[in-house]
Design a protein around this ligand. Structure first.
Ligand code: ASP
Length: 315
């Protein structure tokens, strides 16, 4: 019989970043420290965990370079860990740049009846006052919280749901927002204050999605295009010629698309390409209008709509 444990999976990011001595806080390389070194630098982490802490390195990258195969490895490892009765929950260290995308991907493919907590940092591990250690400590507190479940993000003392979280600031420590939805909760002095229920997972849908992820040998090609003043259909035409299977358009306002771009997207759709509209507004959500010719992804940012479409297109 083993004993209960929390597993921390490392993927890189600024939280594992290293700066040269005396360099500015912008001049660093992300993803340098291994996960074991990272955990060893957090005073009180083992005490906060209250059980064994196990570290595993899944990847070591700057999350701007996150890729689908790393997502697959991460999702498969999380699935195994969630099924292990000795695992209380999973913490994932990650870069801030694509954190919201990984969170949304995992939310859709994991039947997370236990907590899966992604955390990060805006300052490298070697900064005089790094934010990563507190974020890691807070992530462990969330895992330990009775009843905690689902995929969430913890940063700067705030708990965010995978669906709503977005990186909204390139520099400040509190770089994430859940927009209109607001935070799921906060971590205060080692305790969670929750605003609403933990996210529910759609176990059957997640199971079907992870099976598709396991089976797939080639990922479908899904690209993002942007509607803006002066847009044309040229990019869409090039992508269709290149064999794109799905297109998400970051639409203006309530899902409107420049006429020239819309015409190209309608032609792409007629040729069999799946097209989805998501608003480029950072708050609120699109309201469907009667007669909309292109399907919408209300409640999803363009990058998250892209992930949903990608999973939909998996054979
Ligand atoms: N470029 C870094 C990353 O996403 C930024 C960060 O972690 O804050 O890995």
């Amino acid at each position: 019989m083993g004993s209960e444990k929390i597993v921390v999976l490392g993927t890189g990011g600024t939280i594992a970043g290293v700066a040269q001595a005396g360099a500015s806080s912008l001049d660093y390389r992300a993803a340098q420290w291994g996960i074991t070194q990272l955990l060893a630098a957090v005073p009180g982490l083992r005490e906060a965990a209250g059980c064994a802490l196990e570290a595993q390195q899944i990847a070591q990258l700057d999350s701007k370079d996150m890729d689908l195969d790393t997502w697959r490895r991460l999702a498969l490892r999380c699935t195994e860990l969630l099924a292990d009765p000795l695992v209380r929950g999973v913490v994932i260290t990650h870069g801030t740049d694509t954190l919201e995308e990984t969170a949304w991907f995992l939310h859709q493919v994991l039947a997370a009846h236990k907590p899966v907590v992604l955390t990060c940092a805006m300052r490298p591990a070697t900064a005089p006052f790094p934010d990563g250690p507190q974020n890691l400590l807070d992530a462990v507190v969330v895992v330990r919280t009775p009843g905690a479940q689902g995929v969430v993000v913890v940063a700067a003392g705030v708990i965010h749901e995978a669906q709503w979280v977005r990186k909204v600031h390139p520099y400040r420590l509190d770089a994430f927002s859940s927009g209109d939805a607001g935070p799921l909760g906060w971590i205060e002095e080692g305790a969670v204050r929750l605003m609403r229920n933990w996210p529910l997972t759609q176990a059957h849908q997640a199971q079907a999605a992870i099976e598709k992820v396991m089976r797939c040998s080639t990922w479908p090609r899904v690209e993002l295009v942007f509607s803006h003043a002066g847009a044309s259909g040229a990019i869409v035409e090039a992508l269709v010629q290149g064999g794109v299977q799905g297109l998400v358009v970051a639409a203006t306002g309530n899902g409107t698309v420049h006429a020239a771009l819309e015409a190209a997207l309608l032609r792409a759709q007629a040729a069999g390409v799946r097209v989805l509209r998501a608003t480029r507004c950072s708050e609120g959500q699109m309201l469907p209008r009667p007669g909309d010719a292109l399907p919408a992804a209300p409640g999803l940012s363009p990058v998250k709509a892209r992930i949903t479409l990608l999973l939909d297109l998996l054979q």
